[in-house]
Structure formats: C-alpha cells, structure tokens
Write a protein that binds this ligand. Structure first.
Ligand code: ADP
Ligand code: MG
Length: 267
C-alpha cells in the first residue's frame, strides 16, 4: 500500500541468520504528557512516539485532546507534566519560536494566509528569515529563492496561481498554500490539524497524495476525522479518548478494536 512505509524495528531473517533490523529512528517521543484547564484533564498522561518518515494520523471524538496535544508539542500550551522529546531535546522547555527553529512546523485548523497578498508574496514571506529587513528582502529576490518558490508551488499544486491574490483561491488551495509556506521552513516534523475539513472530495484526494509525498523525508502528524481519508494516508493511527491513547496500530487494527468502535467509530 505504501512505498515509504518505515521499518518499525521488526525482526527479520537475512542470509539464514535471524537479525534485528535497525530500529526506525524516532523523531518525537511524547512522554506522560498532561494538562488541565480549570481542573479538567484535557490531556491525561499521554505517551506516543513518531518515527522519521512516518505519517501518523490522530483520530478521536471531539474533545479527546487532539488539538491540545499539538498545542503542547508546538509550545502554544504548557503542559502540567510530562515531556516532549524531539530529536532528544525537551520541547516543553523551549519557546514557540525556538520550537519552530528546532524544526517543528504547525498548521492550525483554519487557513491563515495573507489574503491581500499574491500566492508568490505569501511564499516570499515564508522563506526562512535572514537577520535584518534589507538582507531578507535581497535574499528573497535572489533567483534561487524564486526557483525554490516555484518548486514548492508545484509540490502543493499551485503552479500557475503565483500571481493570484491568496484571497481568491479556493478553500482547499488556501490550505495547500499554507502547507507550502510551512514547508518552505524545511521543518523535520509537520503538525496538521484537520487539513481537509471543508475540502471537496477531489481536493481531499489530492491532499492525501500531497501528504504522502511530503512524509518521505520528514515526519507528519495529522489530526483527521474523515476515515476514508485516514485509510488512504495513514502509516499508523493513534486513537485518543479523554486525553489518553485508547488504541494504536494500522487502520485495520484500530477499526477492529472494540474500544474504538465503542467510543468513536460506532457512532
Ligand atoms: P479535540 O481537538 O480532540 O476536539 P481539544 O484538544 O480541542 O479536543 O479539547 C480537549 C478538551 O479541552 C475539551 O474539553 C476542550 O473544551 C478543553 N480545552 C481545550 N483548550 C482549552 C483551553 N484553552 N481552556 C479551557 N479548556 C480547553
Ligand atoms: Mg481539535
């Protein structure tokens, strides 16, 4: 099903000898993470880990703590307890800015592109920052920058749209533009909160292909509700419920898990 399926450290047989294949490299480990809002435990002792080149989907009923989990990974919300190890660094000690610089890109649920600017200009401001305005302007106008923007526009299916105002794009195209802007920073881990909400079936399909493409070479964590979409893209699915991991495995495994059917998929 998936050409970039990472090795998850399974035991294999090579040359007649049983060998342990190298464990897939872990990029993110969330350890026993918790946060309460006014005494309500939105995330409650949650642990999960994500490998390099993995595309992980997080599902679960409304209020399960999915968005709050991403908020804690990207530093928007401070946990009450637990750690978020990214390449060995505890992100819970860093500012949001430092977390971006460490290589974590986050996209929120609603698209937030600059509607009055063109697609090209939106890409230009997302180029990694240089020090000083003058330097950043000259940097952005270098031919290499333009080549990078064109390549990114192609990757997010916006070639030919560079001169349009972002406000004139379809909802799906705005989401793609924002994903492209995130990718310009070359994050090692991309966090996406319900990226296909409000998209047409065709746009969903194209977004699925896009996420599969970008997960080769980086890690992607996607929160999603649409199970058809999840089936198409996920390497592994984590099901959250009441701030905890309820189940984890392949799409087929979690779909067959009676606890998941009971609290989520059965409805
Ligand atoms: P999900 O994304 O899975 O639907 P959320 O992470 O948004 O769920 O929310 C989990 C729970 O935490 C919900 O009950 C929500 O009302 C609550 N919550 C989230 N953020 C805050 C906040 N900043 N203040 C108070 N309660 C919050
Ligand atoms: Mg949410």
């Amino acid at each position: 099903m998936n050409a970039v399926m990472p090795d998850h450290g399974t035991t294999g047989v090579a040359g007649g000898h049983e060998t342990t294949l190298p464990r897939a490299e872990r990029i993110l480990s969330v350890e026993n993470l918790s946060v309460s809002f006014d005494g309500f435990k939105a995330v409650d002792g949650l642990s999960l880990s994500v490998d390099r080149n993995e595309l992980r989907v997080i599902i679960g009923p409304n209020g399960a703590g999915k968005t709050t989990l991403l908020d804690m990974i990207c530093g928007k919300t401070r946990p009450d307890g637990g750690r978020v190890l990214f390449n060995g660094t505890d992100l819970t000690r860093l500012s949001e800015h430092e977390i971006v610089r460490a290589g974590v890109g986050r996209k929120f649920q609603t698209p937030s592109v600059y509607e009055d600017l063109t697609v090209l200009e939106n890409f230009e401001i997302s180029l990694p920052r240089m020090h000083g305005l003058f330097q950043s302007l000259t940097y952005r106008r270098r031919p290499e920058s333009m080549a990078r923007i064109e390549a990114m526009a192609e990757q997010v299916m916006l070639s030919g749209q560079l001169d349009r105002r972002a406000g004139q794009l379809s909802h799906g195209q705005k989401q793609w533009l924002e994903i492209g802007m995130l990718l310009m920073q070359e994050p090692k881990l991309v966090l996406l909160d319900e990226p296909v909400a409000g998209m047409s079936p065709r746009e969903r399909e194209e977004t699925g292909d896009l996420l599969r493409r970008i997960s080769a070479g980086k890690s992607v964590v996607v929160i999603e509700h649409d199970m058809d979409f999840v089936k198409r893209i996920a390497h592994k699915v984590t099901v959250l419920h009441q701030g905890k991991v309820l189940s984890e495995g392949t799409v087929a495994q979690v779909q067959d898990d009676p606890r998941v059917i009971d609290v989520y998929l059965g409805h």
